[in-house]
Design a binder for this molecule. Structure first.
Ligand SMILES: [Zn+2]
Length: 407
């Protein structure tokens, strides 16, 4: 059975980790920074060495296509090489470099596929500098306009379009026009499940839906000692009651994740009843109906808690992203590849968002997960064992071969 060259893949991972390297071993390649551009160039150079036909679109997404015996839709494999501010070296980069390694393996072994194979690297997956995340794949899926993407304001006050022009990352090709037969993304799990079970490969069949909510509470500041309990309009108290309810949603709705990620009260003195509070809630569920139930119960409770305390409530839904069910055939290709290679595997839901969920709107898609040691990610300590990196790349190779078919 065909196998990737693990030594070569690890050398490339080491090389790319030098670009935007942090002193403590992590990396920082924020979208549309000089380091991001350098990382993109590294990928493009390998694509050129492989003789791929390179396409770069107006947002900087890059696809390198290897001809098949027949023209027509290509099997795409890849991920992203941008990173969060203090990142590890595997998030995203593994999916891109393993895709290039898989293509080089086809060259080494003289394999021609019936369908073309495209290696893709999406821009701004992390959304750390410019929201929203998964921007590159969202753009390829025609779900965000170039104007809206370019207008994004960075956390550093910059404008995306200016940085795109400054770094020269944009090209004149249109990735939306390239026909895609299927998409497979290899990624680190970023969670503890695979390592905890001792399983090598996660066959990802869905990505949970996400919805974000912001509540602003307006009460009345008053003296903590003098104001009777039954006349208070305590915005902080209501905020904490909502936060407690959020935890209950996560405990009573099947497969629900529920988090209060931001909570603040004003004026923030020990002896003053807070007159203002803000909280932001993150709800996730792989099932859209359950996610909606969680959202409705949250809003209903917040209204009840606020009116019970005579506190004003402003609610804003910041986002709603539908859960994505991956394509059965592509999921099956990943599963049978893992099986044929003799790796332990299990089906799973992705807890984080990924480019593949946007690509699912373009073509049948699925993902491969490999274990993250300690479930740690978005951290310089992020680590995936060499044998798991190799296993993931081999599964990617064989899932791609199954979808592209040997000529
Ligand atoms: Zn990622």
């Amino acid at each position: 059975m065909l196998r990737i060259n693990a030594g070569r893949l690890h050398r490339r991972l080491d090389d790319l980790a030098q670009i935007g390297a942090l002193e403590d071993g992590g990396v920082r390649r924020l979208a549309f920074s000089d380091a991001d551009r350098a990382g993109r160039d590294f990928v493009e150079e390998w694509m050129r060495d492989l003789g791929l036909t390179i396409h770069v679109d107006a947002l900087g997404n890059i696809a390198g296509v290897r001809d098949g015996a027949e023209d027509g839709p290509a099997v795409w494999i890849g991920s992203h090489t941008d990173s969060v501010g203090r990142a590890g070296r595997f998030d995203g980069t593994l999916g891109v470099l393993a895709a290039l390694e898989a293509v080089q393996t086809l060259d080494d072994e003289g394999v021609t596929t019936r369908r073309p194979v495209g290696v893709v690297s999406f821009v701004n997956e992390e959304g750390n500098r410019y929201a929203p995340g998964m921007m590159g794949s969202t753009y390829v899926a025609d779900m965000i306009s170039l104007e809206d993407a370019r207008a994004a304001t960075g956390t550093d006050g910059s404008t995306l379009g200016d940085e795109l022009d400054r770094t020269g990352m944009a090209g004149s090709d249109n990735l939306r026009a390239l026909p895609v037969h299927a998409f497979v993304e290899l990624h680190i799990e970023q969670g503890p499940v695979l390592e905890g079970e001792g399983t090598t490969i996660g066959v990802v069949e869905s990505v949970q839906g996400i919805t974000w909510h912001q509540f602003t509470l307006a009460g009345e500041s008053n003296h903590a000692g003098v104001t009777p309990m039954d006349t208070r309009r305590d915005a902080g108290y209501v905020a904490v009651a909502i936060a407690t309810h959020v935890r209950q949603l996560g405990q009573t709705i099947e497969r629900q994740r529920a988090t209060v990620g931001a909570l603040s009260v004003e004026p923030g003195f020990t002896n003053i009843i807070p007159d203002e509070a803000l909280l932001r809630v993150d709800l996730r569920n792989p099932d859209a109906d359950r996610l909606n139930e969680a959202r409705e119960r949250l809003i209903e409770f917040a209204e009840m808690a606020a009116s019970g305390e005579h506190v004003g409530l402003t609610h804003e839904q910041l986002s709603w992203i539908d859960p994505v069910q991956f394509n059965a055939e592509v999921v099956g290709a990943v599963e049978s590849a893992a099986d044929a290679l003799g790796y332990s595997h299990r089906r799973m839901v992705s807890g984080a968002g990924h480019d593949a969920q946007q690509m699912a709107a373009v073509a049948p898609s699925a993902m491969i997960f490999v274990p993250s040691v300690g479930g740690i990610s978005h951290n310089p300590d992020e680590f995936t064992r060499p044998e798991d990196v190799e296993a993931g790349a081999n599964v990617l190779l064989h899932a791609m071969l199954q979808l592209a078919e040997k000529a």
